[in-house]
Design a protein around this ligand. Structure first.
Ligand code: SER
Length: 594
């Protein structure tokens, strides 16, 4: 089965069960400052899991691009990837455990053709005040899964979420397929990582909200959130050993082999390098190709992750004697392969290719001098019988030569040395404090529906429109990030704003706030939204429904909400800073003062 067939099969199956097919969201979360990337299909849906009304209804299904870097060191084994596609279906206060499990079972057995006796499941065994999930056990049994193939596991295994630090979460039931290979030992069971039982799907029953203080409260509505990894499923469906053997990776890995002029004698290391290059460049292409955000390699946050991915791939390319310029060649293949499902990659082709080649070049320039500095220090350390590279040096390599910490750690490990990570972190923090004075503490996230974040969310709409009024219609949102303390808004504009322009924008927003305009919401299709003159930065399907918030006669913008009911009482809007974010993109930080 191909990836394309699986995507279609999944969407159609849940459509036949009353689900609306919705578009996947941006890889860069809008308005959630607690995470750098979208890590699961449920992530962009957090406001709706918390009770906001979704324009497409209460049953949703989609394919979501995800990036997870928590397991980055495991990349290169059979199944870990930093980028993956997640197939997911949701109930927003609609169906619950019974239907979710029954449909999962039907899809696995009837659509994917897995034999019912190869299916094993796990359920939550209960912990603290939260009871065991016997309801799910009963549903599995009613479908014919015997008690011997149902495993009750603790929170560590059978609890999912929240995606950031706070938000919806709950017990889950995971489905595993038994592979044709021996158990690794007597204790081998679903949840064991030896490869005997491979997780294929996760149904999460989101009944709880995790608060900032770590406690849980029951959610108003009972939700279902499910996730099935596309790459892994394709791998299993085709009886392949690793995700790198799937059609998604074969052309990339083949190109890497073709470009490689030499091979280390350690075959395992060579294969690992090939996989890391393939994984990291694929992820970099998707981050660079995101339709909403403009993330370039840099030194902080998502920009740093992107830099780290590219630079780590360069290092492995060197090990395989691959010449400079390889990332662009691989990106061409990746864009070609994915452009039908993700047209944004084609649209941003030039940006993707030029950023990749610039980063490769930048790194090549400093690599040699950084390596010299590293060798010099290591020589001295070894002479004195020491085995720790100081945090200060690691930071210098990072700051001056662009060596990601992990890169230095790898180099160090090769000569039997360790890096003082704590020392590095301290040096890094000091640098960050100096260069980013005053950046608000990250709190809340998408799940934060406090009055303050809601008001800042509405202020963002006002700012967006005011910028269009003052600077011109070429202004478009390039990113938005809201904490309880401030908003941050990135937008396309070629020049620094003058003090007069800043003042004018501020005044415009404050005038609308003072006028105490009503805020209303309508559900419409993309086409209708455009006809109504709404600002809609939307790359989904034309007939997909979305919410449009109207603020008096001032602004009309498609958005998930929530927003204030009237503008009066939002406070006084003040722009703290206007600066460059990247080429052609400006960034504003602003607050609402009471
Ligand atoms: N959010 C859950 C997961 O990531 C189900 O989609 O596994």
């Amino acid at each position: 089965m191909t990836a394309d067939t699986l995507r279609k099969l999944y969407l159609e199956f849940f459509k036949s069960k009353g689900h609306a097919i919705i578009s996947g969201a941006s890889l860069i979360p809008e308005n959630d400052p607690t995470v750098l990337f979208t890590t699961a299909g449920m992530h962009p849906l957090v406001p709706y899991l918390m009770g906001e009304k979704h324009p497409a209804g209460t049953r949703l299904v989609n394919v979501q691009k995800c990036v997870r870097t928590g397991d980055i060191d495991a990349v290169g084994d059979a199944s870990h990837l930093t980028f993956f596609e997640m197939l997911g279906n949701w109930s927003l206060g609609d169906y619950f455990k019974k239907e979710a499990i029954e449909w999962s079972y039907e899809f696995l057995t009837e659509k994917l053709g897995f034999s019912p006796d190869k299916i094993y499941v796990t359920v939550f065994e209960g912990e603290d005040d939260i009871p065991a999930d016997e309801e799910s056990v009963e549903v599995w049994k009613s479908l014919g899964i015997p008690e011997s193939r149902i495993f009750r596991l603790p929170k560590e295994d059978n609890w999912w979420g929240p995606a950031g630090q706070t938000g919806p979460c709950g017990p889950d039931t995971e489905m595993f397929i038994e592979m044709d290979k021996p158990k690794c030992g007597a204790d081998c069971r679903p949840g064991c990582h030896c490869g005997k039982y491979v997780e294929i799907w996760n149904d999460v029953f989101m009944q709880y909200n995790k608060r900032e203080d770590g406690s849980y409260e029951l959610l108003k509505q009972h939700n279902v959130d499910t996730g099935m990894g596309l790459e892994r499923t394709i791998c299993m469906m085709n009886g392949l050993e690793t995700v790198y053997d799937t059609e998604l990776f074969v052309p990339i890995v083949e190109k890497i082999k073709e470009l490689s002029a030499g091979r280390p004698s350690d075959e395992d290391a060579a294969v690992r390098s090939e996989r890391i290059i393939a994984d990291h460049i694929r992820t970099a292409v998707f981050i660079l190709g995101d339709p909403r955000a403009e993330v370039r390699p840099g030194n902080l946050g998502a920009n740093y992750v992107l830099r780290r991915l590219i630079r780590s791939s360069v290092r492995h390319a060197k090990a395989l004697e691959i010449k400079e310029g390889y990332s662009v060649k691989l990106a061409e293949i990746i864009i070609e392969e994915y452009k039908a499902a993700y047209p944004e990659l084609e649209e941003k082709r030039d940006f993707i290719l030029s950023e990749l080649s610039q980063e490769e070049e930048r790194f090549a320039k400093t690599l040699a001098s950084g390596q010299r500095e590293f060798d010099k220090t290591v020589g001295a350390l070894l002479k004195h019988g020491q085995n720790i590279i100081s945090g200060r040096l690691a930071f210098k390599l990072y700051d001056t030569y662009g060596f990601p910490l992990e890169f230095t750690e790898d180099l160090a490990a090769e000569v039997g040395l360790e890096v003082d990570r704590e020392g590095y972190n301290a040096a890094f923090k000091k640098h960050q404090e100096l260069s980013k004075k005053g950046e608000g503490v990250f709190k809340g996230g998408l799940a934060d529906h406090s009055d303050k974040t809601t008001a800042l969310h509405s202020a963002t709409h006002l700012l967006h429109k005011a910028l269009k009024n003052v600077l011109g219609d070429h202004i478009n949102q390039r990113g938005s990030n809201i904490t309880a303390d401030r908003l941050r808004f990135d937008f396309s504009h070629p020049a620094k704003m003058t003090p007069e322009e800043i003042q004018q924008v501020e005044d415009t927003v404050n005038k609308v706030i003072e006028a105490d305009l009503p805020v209303t919401v309508d559900v419409m299709t993309m086409e209708e939204a455009q006809e109504a003159g709404a600002i809609a930065l939307f790359s989904g399907k034309y007939d997909e429904k979305l919410k449009v918030y109207t603020i008096g006669d001032f602004s009309k913008e498609a958005c998930g909400g929530p927003h204030v009911e009237r503008t009066g009482g939002m406070g006084r809007f003040r722009i703290l800073k206007e600066e460059s974010s990247s080429a052609g993109v400006r960034r504003i930080r602003a607050v609402l003062e009471s």
